[in-house]
Design a protein around this ligand. Structure first.
Ligand SMILES: *Cc1c(COP(=O)(O)O)cnc(C)c1O
Length: 239
């Protein structure tokens, strides 16, 4: 494989430094430590050659929203770890367990159980997952409704299932005019996590929230993982 283009690596290194600096400033504002926030570089639509440069620039944790797209890229981008951040169909679950270090978009009890079974079968370490929550009950979005999760989590998805490590909760902020309008969604996810962990000790404290337009607000509200695409890689081609 050819070495990545130097100018591309430098460009991505600078973009990464800018995003990490913004995370650090948001941490300072809210009394948090930057090392407690993990940057997931969302690389959907970004070609694998550019991702080789991204890894060289230090962006080695990549997020993809489609199993098929990730499957085409994984072997071409050595040294990267991959998170699935988009919807997962049951028939692609086995492939997802092979490809991804973590699945951030588990949106049903059924899917959680299936992934746990597949991870056990694969004999791998417990698969880290986030449960996706549709905090604002937006009909256009996937995820558990908060009430649904409060009713079902303690009994239905737990370490007893085996195969899974419940890292925490994930949400997608509302599409809003200013980042600050997304704040209540993030605050609600954090409050939900605190309530749930009281009843379901198997649930970790991870909070995956915040994207290019609102990650600083998400960090202020406690995000442990931010999923940033455009602020690193530039605008995506329109579909
Ligand atoms: C595309 C995507 C992101 C990144 O969005 P940007 O606005 O490019 O930062 C984050 N999370 C999910 C689930 C996505 O699909």
């Amino acid at each position: 494989m050819a070495d990545p283009d130097t100018a591309t690596v430098e460009h991505l290194r600078a973009a990464r430094a800018r995003v990490l600096e913004r995370i650090a400033v948001a941490c300072a504002r809210s009394g948090r430590r930057p090392e407690d926030v993990t940057l997931v570089a969302v690389s959907k639509t970004v070609p694998s050659e550019r991702l080789v440069a991204a890894v060289a620039a230090g962006l080695d944790l990549l997020g993809e929203n489609r199993v098929q797209e990730a499957a085409a890229k994984v072997s071409l981008v050595p040294g990267a770890q991959w998170h699935l951040v988009g919807p997962l169909q049951a028939n692609k679950a086995r492939r997802a367990v092979e490809l991804f270090a973590a699945i951030e978009s588990v949106d049903s009890v059924e899917l959680a159980r299936r992934l746990g079974r597949l991870a056990l079968e694969a004999g791998r370490a417990p698969l880290p997952v986030f449960l996706q929550v549709n905090v604002d009950a937006d009909p256009a979005k996937a995820g558990f409704l908060p009430a649904e999760l409060e009713a079902s989590l303690p009994g239905s998805i737990g370490p007893a299932e085996g195969g899974l490590e419940l890292v925490g909760l994930m949400t997608i902020g509302r599409l809003v005019a200013s980042a600050d309008e997304a704040r209540p969604t993030f605050a609600d996810l954090r409050a939900l996590s605190e309530r749930l962990r009281g009843e379901a000790p198997g649930l970790g404290a991870g909070l995956s929230m915040g994207m290019s337009d609102d990650f600083e607000v998400a960090v202020e509200e406690g995000a442990t993982h931010v999923r940033v695409g455009r602020a690193l890689f530039g605008e995506r081609p329109s579909p």
